[in-house]
Design a protein around this ligand. Structure first.
Ligand SMILES: [Zn+2]
Length: 52
C-alpha cells in the first residue's frame, strides 16, 4: 500500500489515492461521481452529434 494525499481539482478537498493505482484520480470520490453523472448526461445529450 502506498497511499498518498491528493487534492481534488474540483472541490480542493484532500483524498487518498493509492500511488500504485494504474488509474490516478484527479477528483475525490464525490466529485468523480458527480462528473461521471454529468458526463453520462452530456453523453446522452450529445450522443447524436459526437459518436465515437
Ligand atoms: Zn472533490
Amino acid at each position: 500500500m502506498a497511499m498518498k494525499t491528493k487534492f481534488c481539482k474540483d472541490c480542493k478537498k484532500e483524498f487518498q489515492q493509492d500511488s500504485l493505482d494504474r488509474f490516478q484520480r484527479r477528483y475525490c470520490k464525490e466529485c468523480s461521481a458527480e462528473r461521471k453523472k454529468a458526463y453520462e448526461n452530456i453523453h446522452e445529450v450529445t450522443f447524436e452529434e459526437c459518436e465515437d
